[in-house]
Design a protein around this ligand. Structure first.
Ligand code: IPE
Ligand code: IPE
Ligand code: MG
Length: 240
């Protein structure tokens, strides 16, 4: 594919990104945190575009966690406003590029306007065959795993399946990421080295790459560097 940083066979199929550091990016510039979030949204387009051009199959972005509701109300409101703005501004173009959008997380706990644009985006792009763009909104991995366990328990209790039938495939099918390949590469920006309740099941064998740049500074070049780092890793999956 066009100017991919590494040969096709060394590219990850599924990249997940913890987009962190918007607040610190703004603070460094003497600006309010919300300004950092706005810049963070602007950083998305080149990354989504690069994934499409380089032939990466799936990109999963952590946009808002179940824990982020504990932030000051005006920051939560600013983030929610940006979610609507992102969909309203970008949905036509994303659709034109064949991007297939899926939301990960509990949309029932999201304010009505955000839920509506998110559901409309999924409905509109659901049959597209290009990049699979997954946006984690009101997402927490522990909540996702507990939900999957409850759904499987219900199936067992009703006799639809037996406990012995619960294998990786059956379990994965109950996660928000059902049908997607496991995560190959997890990137976190801003120098923090933690997972913060993101995709705990799906990253079992992911390569972790932590970059120092705050999310608004995460350019196509920084992304290419992370992919090069990934390509140099020796993925052994427990073998020798
Ligand atoms: C990431 O940036 C965006 C969200 C979590 C929504 P932060 O807002 O966490 O920025 P820092 O980590 O405080 O700098
Ligand atoms: C993780 O970042 C959530 C998102 C990027 C949406 P946080 O900034 O919320 O995580 P912590 O608080 O550093 O763990
Ligand atoms: Mg943060």
């Amino acid at each position: 594919m066009t100017d991919a940083p590494v040969p096709q066979q060394l590219l990850p199929r599924h990249v997940a990104i913890i987009m962190d550091g918007n607040g610190r990016w703004a603070k460094k510039r003497g600006m309010p945190r919300a300004f950092g979030h706005r810049k963070g949204v602007e950083a998305l387009e080149p990354i989504i575009e690069a994934c499409g051009q380089w032939g990466i199959e799936a990109l999963t972005l952590f946009a808002f966690s179940t824990e982020n509701w504990a932030r000051p109300k005006d920051e939560v409101n600013a983030l929610m406003g940006l979610i609507n703005e992102f969909f309203n501004r970008k949905i036509d173009e994303l659709n034109r590029k064949g991007v297939c959008i899926r939301m990960l997380g509990d949309l029932s706990g999201v304010p009505e306007p955000q839920r509506r644009v998110a559901e409309a985006a999924m409905a509109r792009t659901g049959n597209n065959t290009g990049l699979k763009l997954n946006i984690a909104l009101n997402y927490g991995s522990q909540q996702e795993i507990l939900r999957a366990a409850q759904r499987l328990a219900r199936k067992c209790a009703s006799g639809e399946m037996a406990p012995e039938d619960i294998d990786d495939e059956a379990f994965s099918a109950q996660l928000y990421t059902a049908g997607l390949p496991k995560v190959d590469l997890l990137i976190r920006t801003s120098g923090e080295q933690r997972i913060s309740n993101f995709l705990l099941y799906q990253i079992a064998y992911a390569e972790l790459v932590f970059v120092e740049e705050n999310w608004p500074d995460f350019t196509r070049e920084v992304f290419a560097r992370a992919l090069t780092t990934y390509a140099q890793r020796d993925r052994r999956f427990g073998k020798v």
